[in-house]
Every structure is written in C-alpha cells, then in structure tokens.
Design a protein around this ligand. Structure first.
Ligand SMILES: CC(C)(COP(=O)(O)OP(=O)(O)OC[C@H]1O[C@@H](n2cnc3c(N)ncnc32)[C@H](O)[C@@H]1OP(=O)(O)O)[C@@H](O)C(=O)NCCC(=O)NCCS
Length: 177
C-alpha cells in the first residue's frame, strides 16, 4: 500500500462522499454480473447522500471509512438487525457492507477493514458476525473464507424485482493480533 490506511468512524459530513464512493464501488463490483439497469436502480435507492446520512446516524449501525492519504479507499458497515433463521450462533451482528475502491483491491486493505470490523463487533458485545454474499462474487467469497466465515444456510435477497438465494456465512467474533 502506498501509505498506511487510516480507518475511522464516518460522521454525517461524510455522507455525500460515501454515497458517491458506495455507488461507484457497488457498480464496479456487479457490472459484469448483473443487469446494468437493475444495478442503477439499486444504487439510486440505497446510496443517496440522505440515505447514507441516515445510516451513519443510525445507532444500530457502525460505519467505518478507510482513507489512504486524502482518498476514500473503502468502507464497511456493521448493522444490528434480526438475522435470517439459519444464523443460530449467539449475539449476531451483520457485516452489511464491505467495499474497496477498484484501485485498492489486492493490497491488504480488506484485511485491515475486517480486523476493525471485528474490533467494532466486540465493542458492541457481538459474538457472531454474519453476512450474505452473491455467490458469483468469487473474490468476496474467497476473501470471507480466508477470514473463517463458513456457510450456515441461504436467505432470500430482493434485487431487480427478483429474489436470489444468497448464501449466508457466519464466523465467531475474535481478536486480531
Ligand atoms: C472483498 C474485498 C473487500 C476483499 O479485499 P481484498 O483486497 O481483495 O483482500 P485483502 O485485503 O485480503 O487483500 C489480499 C491481497 O492483498 C495482498 N496483500 C498485500 N499486502 C497485504 C497485507 N499487508 N495484508 C494482507 N494482504 C496483503 C495479498 O497478497 C492478496 O493478494 P492477491 O489477491 O493477489 O492474492 C475486495 O475484493 C472488494 O472490495 N471487492 C469488491 C466489493 C465486494 O465484493 N465486497 C463484498 C460484497 S459482499
């Protein structure tokens, strides 16, 4: 990595930058995998600045931003929300979003964000992290596997007017060295 990343909590002032970043990262991730119009509809609904400001303010969520120098390089959001039935381990917390900018993939920044996600989960008293991932997103599936996530079932995910059976993964919250 060119310089060490700084990972910090988002504030409402970050909402516009995060909205633009999240839109780009989501589009880059799924463009080859999904219908472009459905991707555009999804980001228009979920990544407006006022929506992101609401997420940042939401006490059920912790929003982390990773900066490399002056550049927003990645973000992660954990969310306290009822898990799907297949998550039976104690004190579950959702790893809702974890995205890097295209230029920051493959440099260890995902790993740095994952360590901070676990630290935030511990602070929230969570003992289990769970997530849903699109099974055609191979890089992400492999990444989560490297961090001990194992599939515990599937859950319906509504995207572009269709339901997808996304695999659900879970891992015990731990301390990183
Ligand atoms: C999923 C995602 C966050 C994982 O991040 P990543 O950068 O791929 O994974 P890591 O941070 O573990 O980096 C691993 C790579 O960095 C290299 N690396 C360099 N320095 C490193 C360091 N200090 N520590 C760990 N790995 C390092 C590793 O060798 C490895 O390289 P390789 O991929 O060529 O084998 C990222 O791929 C991403 O944002 N993808 C698009 C969005 C997405 O799919 N999100 C998940 C939605 S469910």
């Amino acid at each position: 990595m060119p310089s060490a990343p700084l990972i910090r909590h988002a504030t409402p002032e970050d909402a516009a930058a995060l909205a633009a970043f999240a839109t780009q990262a989501f589009t880059d991730t799924y463009l080859g995998l999904d219908d472009p119009q459905e991707i555009a509809d999804y980001v228009a609904e979920h990544f407006q600045p006022e929506v992101m400001a609401g997420v940042i303010r939401d006490l059920a969520c912790t929003t982390l931003l990773a900066w490399v120098g002056e550049q927003l390089a990645g973000y992660a959001i954990v969310r306290d929300t009822p898990p799907p039935n297949c998550v039976t381990a104690p004190a579950p917390l959702q790893l809702w979003r974890l995205y890097l900018g295209q230029g920051f993939i493959g440099q260890g920044l995902g790993a740095a964000l994952m360590a901070e996600v676990h630290a935030q989960a511990r602070r929230r008293g969570a003992r289990t992290l769970w997530l849903g991932v699109y099974d055609r997103n191979v890089r992400a599936v492999e990444f989560y596997g490297r961090f001990g996530f194992a599939q515990v079932g599937t859950s319906q995910f509504l995207f572009g007017g269709r339901y997808y059976a996304d695999p659900i993964y879970a891992v015990t919250v731990k301390e990183f060295p």
